[in-house]
Design a protein around this ligand. Structure first.
Ligand SMILES: *[C@@H]1O[C@H](CO)[C@@H](O)[C@H](O)[C@H]1NC(C)=O
Ligand SMILES: *[C@@H]1O[C@H](CO)[C@@H](O)[C@H](O)[C@H]1NC(C)=O
Length: 290
């Protein structure tokens, strides 16, 4: 790993913590303000009056929650603490989806691993039902010992995935070269925890071991600053709304440097360079690096 890259990421992290410390304290919204539990109260545990929640996966059931509203464009974030210890075979998804036939979807997927080994986060984007755009990065911290912030920015020009305010991926609107981009279907926000041991850990070689259950992920600081689409059309969320302002349509210089550093130091898989899967480089790839 390039030490410069690590330095950049660390500097960004320190900077974001510093900025966070000087932001006025806003009481985070409650789980109940935004979400509906999918599962019983043993598997979706909401505590502190909705300020925190846990998903519990055991042999009886998987668990999840989803937003009551659908949104079109905005910024969505939550703090998550991942499963400690042996989490091999588990998948925690945190994503937005239109849930339509030709669906749009923006995914974070945390792939469990055996104890003490690093955790990968996989991201993917579906537009008009077409996905297959996986990227994976190793997280540069232990995500199982404390809460970290995972966020999406989505507007008509780009989608950015952030980890602790550090961009780990950008996906630009490349409709001009024929690549579909989510611009018109409102999406709900979901998180779910399930057994994905067919593929999640070393391509499915390492299976989930129920001896280590229950597998628990914890959430806090639910923040959704996004346009609520009250119908399935986008009429309520004009393309000139807050998150579509010019400043959000580009990556800032700091973001560009940090993203490049993450790509160089922590990326372990990129569909753009998988020639077994895509014999020619997908059209959008050249535009989604920095
Ligand atoms: C699990 O950890 C091993 C060892 O560090 C690593 O090679 C592997 O890619 C990890 N798998 C996932 C899914 O993170
Ligand atoms: C599951 O984990 C337990 C405790 O480490 C171990 O004894 C057992 O062999 C494991 N089962 C499998 C199928 O690997």
């Amino acid at each position: 790993m390039g030490s410069f890259g690590i330095l950049v990421v660390r500097t960004m992290l320190v900077l974001s913590l510093y900025l966070a410390a000087f932001r006025p304290t806003v009481l985070a919204a409650s789980f109940y303000d935004y979400f509906t539990a999918y599962g019983d109260s043993e598997h979706v545990v909401v505590a502190s009056g909705g300020q925190s929640a846990q998903l519990v996966l055991d042999e009886k059931a998987a668990a999840g929650f989803g937003s009551t509203n659908k949104y079109l464009f905005g910024s969505v974030s939550t703090q998550i603490k991942l499963i400690p210890g042996n989490s091999a075979g588990t998948v925690l998804a945190y994503y937005m989806s239109s849930n339509t036939a030709a669906h749009d979807e923006i995914d974070f997927e945390f792939l469990g691993n055996t104890s003490g080994q690093p955790y990968s986060v996989q991201t993917n984007i579906y537009a008009s039902g077409v996905g297959g755009r996986e990227q994976r990065v190793f997280l540069w911290f232990d995500p199982t010992t404390s809460f970290h912030t995972y966020a999406f920015l989505w507007n008509k020009a780009q989608i950015i995935f952030y980890v602790d305010s550090i961009p780990i991926r950008v996906f630009k609107n490349n409709e001009d070269i024929g690549v579909p981009f989510p611009t018109s279907q409102p999406m709900s926000i979901y998180s779910s925890l399930w057994n994905g041991d067919q593929w999640a850990t070393r391509g499915g070689a390492v299976k989930l071991n129920w001896t280590y259950a229950p597998f628990i992920t914890s959430y806090q600081s639910f923040q959704i600053d996004a346009c609520v689409a009250s119908t399935s059309s986008n009429a309520d969320c004009p393309a000139n709304s807050k998150w579509n302002q010019a400043s959000f349509q580009i990556l800032s210089n700091n973001d560009r440097i940090a993203l490049e550093s993450v790509r160089q130091n922590y990326m372990t898989y990129d569909y753009c360079s998988d020639r077994k899967r895509y014999s020619t480089v997908p059209a959008e790839c050249a535009r989604n690096t920095v």
